[in-house]
Design a protein around this ligand. Sequence first.
Ligand SMILES: Cc1ncc(COP(=O)(O)O)c(C=O)c1O
Length: 398
Amino acid sequence: MAADRDEKTAEGTVRRIYLDNNATTPVDPRVFKAMRPFLEEDFGNASSLHVYGQAARKAVEDARERVAALIGASSEEIYFTSGGTESDNWALRGVTAASEKETLHLITSTIEHPAVLRTSEQLEREGYRVSFVSVDRDGKVSLDELSTAVNEQTVLISVMLANHEVGTIQPLGEIVKIGREHGIAVHTDAVQAVGKIPVDVGKLEVDLLSISSHKIHGPKGVGALYIRKGTEIAPLITGGGQERTMRAGTENVPGIVGFGEACRLAREELGEREGRVALLRDRLPAGSRERIPHVRFNGHQTDRLPGTLSVSFEHVEGEAIVLSLDNEGIAVSSGSACASGSSEPSPVLLAMGLGSELAQGSIRFSLGKDNLEEEVDRVLDVLPRIVERLRAMSPRAR
Ligand SMILES: Cc1ncc(COP(=O)(O)O)c(C=O)c1O
C-alpha cells in the first residue's frame, strides 16, 4: 500500500503522504472488489424484473442493511442519495416543504458545512426565517442561544455531529432534548462522524442524519439520509418510484454497493481505527509544540474526532504552508476543501472567535486508517523548517 505512494519526479523519488482524509478518502481495495461486478456482469437496473434487475435490487437492499447497521437504524429508514450535500439539502428542504406552519423557522449553527449553511441562506431568500446559533472558542454550539431561538414557527434544528475543520463533536443529546420538548424535528450532518466514532441513531434520537460514502473509503457520489420512521418530509427529487418514491432516479448500484461495503468494514474495524488514528493524531501536537513557537491547536481537546487536527500558526499564511508541504509530498488542507481556491479565512475558525490573521494562518491535518507513524514523523521533521522559512519571509513577522 505504502509503495503505491512513491512517485518518481525530476528531483528523485517523492514519498507521497495523504493527510487530507476529511476532504476525501481513497476507495478501500475491498470496496472496489465488491463494486466491480456491478460495473461489469451485474449491470442491471434495480427496477427491472429480470435476472439482471433482481441481482441489482438484492445488492442495493443488502447495502441498505449494511448502512443501517453502522448507525443502528432499520433498513427502511435509509434512503440513498448522491452524497452528503444532497442529504443535507433534502433534510432542510424536505422538512420545511412538508410543514403546514405558516412562517417557517429553522435553527442551525454558524459552523455548519456549506451544504447546510448555503441551503439555509437560500431558504432565507425564499422567505423562511433562520437562526444561526453561535459557538464558543472550542466550536461547541451555545445551548442557551439555541433554546432561546426556539419559537412557535420552528420546524427544524440542524446541527452537525462533528465539524469538518476542527473535529469538535456537538452535544447532540442536549440538542435533541430541546427539539423533543417543543416537538421540533432534529437533523444532524454526521458526514464526518459516521465510520470514525460510534454513531447510533437509537441513542442520539435524531430524526434525520446525513452520511457520505467517500469520507469512509467508499466511492464518491453516493450517500444516505436516515429518516426516522414517522418523520414528516417531502421528496427532494420526483420522477420514477425509486427509494420508495422519496428520491427518484435510477439507483447508482455500483456506488451503493461500494458504500454498503465501506459501512460494513467501518463497523467491523471502527474500534481499532478510532484508537490507532487518535494516537497518530496526538503525535502531531506533542511533536510540534516544542519545535514550533507560536502555534495554537483549535477545537475541543476531548470531544473531537480522532483524526482531525486544526493548527494555527502566527505570522504565516496557511496556504503557503499547504503549498510548501505539498512540495515535500505531504497533502493537507487550509480550511475546508470547498473553500479552497479562495484566500478567505476559514468561516469556522472565525465563528470560533479566532482573529482573521490567525484563521488565515491555519491548516487542517486529517488522518485516516491507512496513515502510518513514520508519515506523521516525516511531517514533524519538515514542518518546523517550513514554518521558520515562511515566517522569515513574512512581513507579518516583523
Ligand atoms: C460535514 C460535511 N457535510 C457535508 C459534506 C458534503 O458531502 P459530499 O461531499 O458527499 O457532498 C462534507 C464534505 O466535505 C462535510 O465535511
